[in-house]
Design a protein around this ligand. Sequence first.
Ligand code: CP3
Length: 357
Amino acid sequence: MTNHRLIQAIQGKAVDRTPVWLMRQAGRYLPEYRKIRSSVKDFLTLCKTPELASIVTLQPVTRYPLDAAIIFSDILTIPDAYGLGLSFIEGEGPRFLNPIRSEAALQKLPQIDPEETLGFVMETIRLAAKELRGKIPIIGFAGSPWTIATYMVEGESPRHFSIIKRMMYQSPHLLHALLSHLSETIIAYLFAQIKAGAEVIMLFDTWGGVLSHPDFLQFSLNYMKNILQSLAEKQGDKAVPIILFTKNGGPYLSDILNSGADCVGLDWTTNLQVARKLSQGKVALQGNLDPATLYAPKEEIVKAVGTVLEQYGNGSGHVFNLGHGMHPDIDPDQVNILLEALNTLSPEYHSERSDRL
Ligand code: CP3
């Protein structure tokens, strides 16, 4: 599998064209997803039913020529496994019955063994891997400790971050204890995903960008670095590549590039050319088409794909993706336009032996 285009590109080895997958490639914009989704009680039930979650994982790669399948799950499976009473309210997003806002609540937080409590994710990976038979790699993932904590403390999708930032400034030790607890779980969870067959790992730091620079380093990046280091130690020589994505992380890019991640995901507010210069060829880059581009007419999509490729420039080390998740109201045919454009335009950026290093 290490000879697959996606992994080769992350390693900076020569590829025939730019590999591509799309954040939230499985989901509500696909009619085949909505069909399966309507057959179960709710979204979490779908995540916890490996027979269905594996089918949903494969739906986008059956429909489109994508270079990876991301496992169908959610970053909130961990706090759900802690027993915080997670539900997804239609149209409103996640809600926790028991948010963590005190020392007492934190003390009650269980240590979990992901192999057991989150075994359904590993089973989903195994089932999807069986179907894929090594054709393309499976991406396993987790949220960053900071990002998962924002949901656990705020109790819902964070808007102003007042509750967690109040904790950060009034009781930093409490937040640090929560972030350490989460980090331990995430390390064990990702290692279990790798053992089950995930060949690439992605860390979603969706809310790192709401922190000041020093707070980002202290409360988000440091914990992610610790995860990267622990996973590297646990795996030895045959470590799988890890992609780190901090939404709105552009201002902290040099720190993120030096975190030890193999690939850094960028949203559309960062110029890929600038990012590539900063990376000095040491770290691969993923991104960064604005997902809203998919609302545009064909010529505009083709142009925007061309611009992303032109910004990155010649050679390997680039994984094409959106800058954030696919919107649920995108017409699935628009994705074909993106992929065809990439297929037509990207080979010329790989025409000579143009290794990144
Ligand atoms: O990318 C994929 O195709 C894999 C699946 C995936 C989902 N969530 C499925 C999902 C992944 C990688 C995630 C990650 C995730 N989940 C993140 C980090 C990435 C990001 O978008 O920044 C976050 C912050 C979450 C938390 C979450 N999950 C929220 C806030 C919501 C509700 C939002 C909404 O649109 O309703 C979810 C639900 C969710 N996760 C859905 C899907 C397909 C929609 C559920 C449904 O079918 O109703």
